[in-house]
Design a protein around this ligand. Structure first.
Ligand code: PGA
Length: 247
C-alpha cells in the first residue's frame, strides 16, 4: 500500500520563534490519520521541531552534503541530520539544481548517502517550461530519475519518495492540470516498474508546484498522485492542514 503524504518545504523562511509557533500549533491540532505529514524547516530548527512534534510529523532537512564529514565549510551531512532525530532529506529540488548547480551525478551521491544514513529520501524531478513546450518533459524526467536515483538497491527504494515538480509551476501560481500531472506520475510509475513491480506499487509519488487548498483535492483524486510537496502554502498551518485533509 502506498502512503498518502503531504510534505511542507519551507525553503529559507521563518524565524525560530515562527517555526516553534507553527510546530506547537500542529502538535495541538487534529491530524488526518491516513496521511503522513512531513515538514522541512531550516536545518537550524530541526532539533526544536523534532522535540515539539514528537513523531506526529516527520521532520527533515532540505538538503545535505554527500560526504559524512570533513573539510566542507558550510555543509551539513545526513548523519548530522539523523543525529538530531530528523528522519528525512529532500534531494534534487529544482532550486538546488538550478541556483546551486547540482548535477544528476552529485544528486546520485546524495541519494545514496541519505538512504545509507537510514533516512527517508524525497527525490525531486521536473522539467523547465521550454522543455515542456518542446515536448521533452518525459525525456527530461526519465534522465533525472535514471541518473540520480535508479542506482539505489531494491531494499533502499523502501526509503524513497519521489516528488514531480514542474519547474514552471513552482512558486508561480500556475499548477499543472490534474490530467497533465497524472500523465507524468503514471509515466514515473511505469519507469519504477522497470526496476521491479514492487517498487512501482510501494513508492509514493508527490506532486509539487503551486499546490494549494483550492486545487489539492482535484490533484489528489488522480490515481497515481499520492500527495504533495508544498512550498508557499505549507508556511501557514491552516492551509497546510487543509491540503492534508484534501484526500
Ligand atoms: P510552491 O513550491 O508550492 O511554492 O510552488 C513547491 C516546492 O518548491 O516544493
Amino acid at each position: 500500500m502506498r502512503k498518502k503524504i503531504v510534505a511542507g518545504n519551507w525553503k529559507m523562511n521563518k524565524s525560530r520563534d515562527e517555526a516553534c509557533d507553527f510546530f506547537n500549533l500542529i502538535q495541538k491540532s487534529f491530524l488526518p490519520e491516513e496521511v503522513q505529514l512531513m515538514v522541512f524547516p531550516s536545518a537550524l530548527y530541526l532539533t526544536e521541531a523534532v522535540g515539539i512534534v514528537n513523531n506526529k510529523v516527520i521532520i527533515g532537512a532540505q538538503n545535505c552534503h554527500f560526504e559524512t564529514k570533513g573539510a566542507f565549510t558550510g555543509e551539513i551531512s545526513s548523519s548530522m541530520i539523523a543525529s538530531v532525530g530528523a528522519n528525512a532529506v529532500i534531494v534534487g529540488h529544482s532550486e538546488r539544481r538550478n541556483l546551486f548547480n547540482e548535477t544528476n551525478t552529485m544528486l546520485a551521491k546524495k541519494a545514496s548517502d541519505v538512504v545509507q544514513s537510514g533516512l527517508t529520501l524525497i527525490f525531486c524531478c521536473g522539467e523547465m517550461l521550454h522543455e515542456r513546450e518542446n515536448q521533452q518533459h518525459f525525456k527530461v524526467v526519465e534522465e533525472q530519475l535514471k541518473n540520480g536515483l535508479f542506482h539505489l538497491s531494491l531494499e533502499q527504494f523502501a526509503k524513497v519518495i519521489i516528488a514531480y515538480e514542474p519547474v514552471w509551476a513552482i512558486g508561480t501560481g500556475k499548477t499543472a492540470s490534474a490530467s497533465d500531472a497524472q500523465d507524468m506520475h503514471c509515466f514515473i510509475r511505469s519507469l519504477l516498474s522497470q526496476i521491479h513491480p514492487s517498487v512501482a506499487h510501494q513508492t509514493s509519488i508527490l506532486y509539487g508546484g503551486s499546490c494549494t487548498p483550492a486545487n489539492a483535492k482535484e490533484l489528489f483524486k488522480q490515481p497515481d498522485i499520492d500527495g504533495g510537496l508544498i512550498g508557499g502554502a505549507s508556511l501557514n498551518v491552516s492551509d497546510f492542514l487543509a491540503i492534508a485533509n484534501s484526500f
